[in-house]
Structures are given as structure tokens and as C-alpha cells.
Design a protein around this ligand. Structure first.
Ligand code: ADP
Length: 474
């Protein structure tokens, strides 16, 4: 089959979160299964063209907007057989960040990502890549299924194809003032609660949810949660319930060529389930690097991620002073909410040899933390899939999770388990789970067995790729 992906980020070109990891890995897994893949993304200014082997083809695509003909140059990279990336270059993408700065989204995001969607279909047509299926990801790509059904700027779609829309996170829906409809020349009949209207505003994610042939989200539990209530469905639960026949949860996989301690070039020492000595060395190296006491007996707990409400780090910040009554250390790598950043920084200042707080985005450090830590903390309020707990399993870093979404699907606790779960998002639940981790830690041979069970979990992409294949076929 020929499959066209439309998405706003992809590792290793550029990533801000899990979406980038998925778009970096799933197309590769599909290509390895014999399909032809074309992935279209924006060519952001921050992408390092030489490192990513991107070249300018000299071709351009034109996308019509009212009073404006936007054109984008077509850049390509072909990292593997049957796998090509097209990156669309336009000044709209030449900014410091991907989606916004200082906590504010760019005001013209609707136009920037409409250019991505319409441009992706045009670019595919231009190189005669006529897909069997278009797979669009999150609100930034959600206009692609709509254009396939309804055309763009008064013209029919450049080709016919089935479409699949994947929700990576329902918390980001691409909501704009009503006037954005006319900026995009979207037909007025679409401004209706059964189509794109959302409480008198334009909701771009709805373009995907309404017009795609099939809908997916990134774990079975999240697929069930989002139809349940206005809180879990973020106001779209009614529409999602209406489309439940077409909605499936497919758990994300892990790119084990990038995230596995036996091959990870970022680790001071590599290791495997058979020989864990490297992990002890990585722990000591990490403690040294972060200025923590080099102490193999202190349980080194870690968290990596966006400091956003979703991730429950406010609860973690609240729990930390109590956690520090126990014999443990803590490292945080993340950025986001400035109040939380300050709160964590203050804790690190108070306990410099036991708490380290790194406020930045640093992929190599994320790998070293996975390698060196003993426990990975994910107290997320909701978690569509979550990738870090899956990485942690591979590194033998036992996850402590709030049992929601993909965390519920991937972590088991108990005699044959490989992590720690709590059901209620409160201080008591989190602290009790940390205490159960400490109890197991005190019995090092049981801890080692749990690590080995964690490392044996298989979350490779192939299984997910097979499930997507069935959807593309229809
Ligand atoms: P989400 O997509 O909701 O942010 P996921 O757990 O699905 O969460 O994926 C997050 C990805 O982003 C992981 O690969 C994680 O390592 C990475 N990441 C998040 N914050 C940082 C950071 N500050 N530095 C390095 N990597 C980060």
C-alpha cells in the first residue's frame, strides 16, 4: 500500500513530545513491512538541514488562501528504503518554536497548519504519490481528511483516498475564533456543531474527528476514557461516542534502535538484562553529573516531561518534601509551567545533594536518566499513551504510575509485575506507591527480578504497525 502521513513533528528532525517519537518510528515500521511511505511535515527553522540530510528539490507547491497564494518549497529526506519525508518550507515556519512562545500559541496557527494539510496533498500529487490512505495526526493535520472529502478553496481534492485520524492528545484541539473560518475559506455550512463548530468557535480537531473514515487513539484505555465524560473527553465525548464504531485504541510502540540500553550511544556504559553491571555504573555517573551523593543504596527516582497540568507534577512537587523523609534521590528534566519550574528549583536548592532539577529540553540527558535511575515517576492526571514508562521498562527503571490511559495498559504491579500503580490522583496514592517501591528496593534480589521482567516486555512497533495496516485497508 501507499500511505501518506501528515503530521507537525517527527524525530529525529524535530520533536517536542511523544508525537514526534511516533512519527519518527511508525512510518519506518510500516516501510519495513513492505509499504511505501511518504511523511509530510513543516520545515521549521530549528531543523538542522545538514544533520538531517535534507535537500531542496527546487519544486514548490501552491496553496490558495483568500487574498493570498501561499507557496512552500519542497525539501526531501529519504532515510530508508520505501520511506520518504517531505518538509514544506515557508516563512510561516521560520520561528523560534513550533507552536507558540511564552505560553502563547502563534495566532496564525490555523493558517500555518492548513498550509501543511493542503500542501501535503498537493506535494504528494506533484510527485505522483497517490496514496491508498492518508493518515493524519492531531489537530495540526486534521484538515487533511476534510480536504479529501470536501476539497479546498472551491476545488475538489487532488485525489481520492481513505483517511485515518489519530488523536495523540485530546487536550490540544486547535480552537480558533470563528473568523478563522474565513481566513481558511472554509464553507459556511461547516460552522455547525455537527461539523467544525465548538461552542461558537472553530475547532480544527473536529475536522479529523468528523471527516476521517477511521479514528484511532494511542492506547486501548484512553480510547475508552475519552467517550466517558466531559472531563476525560475534553468536551468532544459526544462526537467521539457517536463515532465509537470507527474508533480504536492502538498502543504506541518504542523505537528500540534509539531506546534500548544495549545500543544507546548516550549511556556511559551499555547494559542488558543478562548483565546489569553497566546500569550501576550509569547510576553513579548520573549522580556525579548532577551533583548528587554518589550512593548506590539511595533509590534514584526520576521524572522527564512537559511541566503541564496533564502530567501531575504539581502533585509530585507537593509529595517531594515527604518523599525526601525516605532514603531516596530525585531528578527532574522538564520545562513548561513557570510556577512549577520555580517550585522544583527551590526544592533542588534546599537539597542539592539529593534533588537535581534540570529545566531544559535535552534528549541525551533523557537517555542518561533512563539508564541511571532506579524508578521513573509518572503521576499523570491523564495519559493518552505515555512513552517514557515504555522506555523505562526497557532500561530496567521501574515505573511508578497513576493507572490511567496507556499507563494502565502497560504497567502491572505484584509478585509477577514490573512497576507500581496507584488509582487515585492524590498525595496518599503517590506516596504509598513510592513506599511499595522502597519496600521492594530493600530486597535487592526481588528488585532485580522485577527489573528483568520489565526489560523483557516487548513494545516494538511491529504489532502496532500491523493493526494500522488493517485500518488502512478498510
Ligand atoms: P507527551 O507527548 O505528552 O509530552 P510522552 O511520554 O508521550 O509525553 O512523550 C514525551 C517524549 O518527549 C519522550 O520521548 C520524552 O523523553 C521527551 N521529553 C519530554 N520533555 C523532555 C525534556 N525536557 N528533555 C528531553 N526529552 C523530553
Amino acid at each position: 500500500m501507499k500511505i501518506l502521513f501528515v503530521a507537525s513533528e517527527a524525530a529525529p528532525f524535530i520533536k517536542t513530545g511523544g508525537l514526534g517519537d511516533v512519527i519518527g518510528a511508525l512510518p519506518r515500521a510500516l516501510a519495513a513491512r513492505g509499504h511505501d511511505l511518504l511523511v509530510v511535515l513543516p520545515r521549521y527553522g530549528a531543523i538542522d538541514a545538514s544533520a538531517a540530510n535534507i535537500r531542496d528539490t527546487g519544486r514548490r507547491v501552491e496553496v490558495q488562501f483568500p487574498h493570498l497564494n501561499a507557496s512552500a518549497s519542497v525539501h526531501v529526506a529519504a532515510p530508508a528504503e520505501r520511506l520518504r519525508y517531505i518538509l514544506l518550507q515557508n516563512p510561516w515556519y521560520d520561528r523560534k518554536e513550533l507552536y507558540g512562545e511564552s505560553g502563547k500559541d502563534y495566532r496564525d496557527n490555523h493558517k500555518r497548519f492548513a498550509l501543511l494539510c493542503a500542501g501535503a496533498l498537493e506535494a504528494a500529487k506533484q510527485i505522483n504519490f497517490l496514496p491508498d490512505c492518508v493518515h493524519a495526526h492531531d489537530w495540526q493535520a486534521a484538515l487533511a481528511p476534510l480536504i479529501l472529502k470536501r476539497g479546498w478553496a472551491g476545488r475538489p481534492a487532488p485525489f481520492k483516498a481513505r483517511s485515518v485520524f489519530t488523536i495523540h492528545n485530546l487536550a490540544y484541539q486547535g480552537v480558533f475564533p470563528r473568523e478563522a473560518m474565513s481566513d481558511l475559506a472554509l464553507p459556511g455550512d461547516l460552522f455547525h456543531p455537527d461539523a467544525l463548530e465548538f461552542y461558537s468557535q472553530l475547532n480544527l480537531m473536529k475536522a479529523g474527528l468528523v471527516f476521517a473514515d477511521k479514528l484511532t487513539t494511542v492506547s486501548p484505555t484512553y480510547a475508552r476514557e475519552i467517550v466517558q465524560s466531559p472531563e476525560t473527553g475534553a468536551g468532544l465525548e459526544g462526537l467521539l461516542r457517536h463515532r465509537q464504531q470507527d474508533l480504536v485504541g492502538i498502543m504506541n510502540g518504542v523505537d528500540y534502535t534509539r531506546w534500548s540500553p544495549d545500543v544507546d550511544p548516550a549511556l556511559p556504559q551499555r547494559y542488558s538484562a543478562q548483565d546489569l553491571s553497566g546500569k550501576a555504573a550509569d547510576k553513579a555517573a548520573l549522580q556525579r553529573e548532577l551533583g548528587l551523593d554518589v550512593d548506590e543504596n539511595a533509590l534514584l527516582t526520576a521524572a522527564i516531561g512537559r511541566l503541564a497540568h496533564q502530567k501531575g507534577y504539581d502533585l509530585l512537587a507537593q509529595a517531594l518534601p515527604r518523599m525526601l523523609d525516605r532514603k531516596l534521590q530525585f531528578v527532574l528534566l522538564g520545562m513548561g509551567d513557570s510556577t512549577l519550574e520555580q517550585e522544583f528549583r527551590a526544592l533542588a536548592e534546599r537539597h542539592p545533594t539529593r534533588v537535581s532539577v534540570q529545566i531544559r529540553f535535552d534528549d541525551a540527558l533523557a537517555h542518561r536518566i533512563e539508564g541511571g535511575a532506579d524508578v521513573f515517576l509518572m503521576p499523570s492526571r491523564f495519559e493518552p499513551c505515555g512513552l517514557n514508562q515504555l522506555y523505562s521498562l526497557r532500561y530496567g527503571t521501574l515505573p511508578v504510575v497513576h493507572a490511567v490511559g496507556g499507563l494502565n495498559d502497560s504497567i502491572r504491579e505484584g509478585a509477577e509485575g514490573w512497576g507500581f500503580r496507584f488509582d487515585n490522583e492524590d498525595l496518599q496514592g503517590l506516596l504509598a506507591a513510592v513506599d511499595r517501591a522502597l519496600t521492594l528496593w530493600s530486597d535487592r534480589s526481588s528488585w532485580r527480578s522485577a527489573m528483568q521482567r520489565a526489560m523483557a516486555r516487548d513494545h516494538s512497533w511491529d504489532r502496532a504497525a500491523e493493526q494500522y495496516e488493517a485500518l488502512y485497508r478498510g
